[in-house]
Design a protein around this ligand. Structure first.
Ligand code: SF4
Length: 315
């Protein structure tokens, strides 16, 4: 049976089998999902109380906590606390360019080719005076071709495998989320794709992270953090979380439940507690070797990491 849906340009079209499967995974349940408002209030009270206590230990310091900061501090603490020098490269800029291209796709009239979207995204980012724009403006032809090719692959895979984004579902790409406005600890992030029209206390939002490469359990933790921030921010939890793996065209989907939110609260507060301990010098960071050793800037002086990579230590 043909499956149809409203596309970015509003017309009805037949879905590919990949898109149909994906739509099935992300579809709303027949019954609306509505959480007890007391749950969001309780979570907000728990997190606010914890932040107040963290603030007393932090003094004048302020911690900005992202999903990346959480996951790194729960790995090798020494690596997480090492001063890092971020530099743009075709690999690191690919995500930004492809997300911008997908953002353009949402509001583009007609049927844009992925290559046009990527070119437009690169041109717009180059006009930007932030560090990425400056880096793009100074790209060598080789690096520019690399960046364009990588982003084109991601956008093409997205268009092929993801159902057309229906504007009525309020799709937002690179959606910034933050809670609270200010204070000793601020949770913040940028969500790849959010969909769902608000409808009172009903949980309508679907939070999606676009992924290349292999599946990792850490990806669920990242999304649960976003679910927590959304709950703190709006008082209404999202209904579903999905990591969409562009290479295979499949998603790892999780329904948001009370247990998921409580797990996110525990993990987040535990990680922030560690960040506070290490930021204030209450203890030294622990060294935990793992895959991160491969790109860790501390490796040249880290005997544990070197022994791990030489195979002298068990994982
Ligand atoms: S090399 Fe490995 S063990 Fe050493 S600090 Fe870096 S990530 Fe940690």
């Amino acid at each position: 049976m043909a499956v149809v849906a409203g596309g970015a340009s509003g017309e009805v079209r037949e879905l590919t089998p990949l898109q149909a499967r994906m739509l099935d995974q992300l579809r709303k349940a027949p019954e609306p999902v509505v959480f007890d408002p007391a749950l969001a209030e309780e979570i907000r009270a728990t997190v606010s109380e914890a932040i107040e206590a963290f603030g007393e230990r932090l003094g004048d310091e302020q911690l900005w906590v992202s999903k990346h900061r959480l996951s790194t501090i729960l790995g090798c603490e020494a690596h997480a606390m090492a001063p890092g020098e971020f530099a743009w490269s075709p690999a690191t800029a690919t995500g930004q360019v492809s997300h911008r291209a997908i953002q353009l796709l949402v509001n583009w009239r007609g049927e844009p080719a992925p290559a046009d979207l990527v070119d437009e995204a690169i041109a717009r980012l180059a006009d930007d005076d932030r560090s990425l724009g400056q880096w793009i403006a100074a790209l060598s032809p080789g690096d520019e071709a690399d960046l364009r090719g990588n982003a084109l692959e991601r956008v093409t895979r997205f268009v092929e495998g993801f159902p057309p984004l229906d504007k009525r579902a309020h799709p937002m790409t690179e959606a910034r989320v933050q809670w609270p406005l200010d204070g000793p600890v601020v949770f913040a992030g940028k969500v790849d794709l959010v969909m769902g029209r608000p409808n009172g206390a009903e949980s309508t939002k679907l939070i999606i992270d676009l992924k290349t490469g292999r599946h990792s359990p850490r990806h669920r933790d990242d999304l649960r953090f976003y679910a927590l921030v959304e709950t703190l921010r709006t008082g209404v939890p999202p209904r579903k979380l999905a990591s969409y793996y562009l290479d295979v065209g499949e998603a790892d989907v999780e329904d948001v439940t009370e247990a998921v939110l409580r797990t996110a609260v525990r993990r987040t507060l535990d990680a922030v507690d560690t960040l506070v301990e290490l930021t204030t010098g209450e203890r030294e960071p622990a060294v935990r070797p793992g895959p991160t050793c491969n790109w860790c800037t501390l490796l040249p002086t880290c005997d544990v990491g070197q022994a791990h990579l030489a195979g002298d230590l068990d994982d």
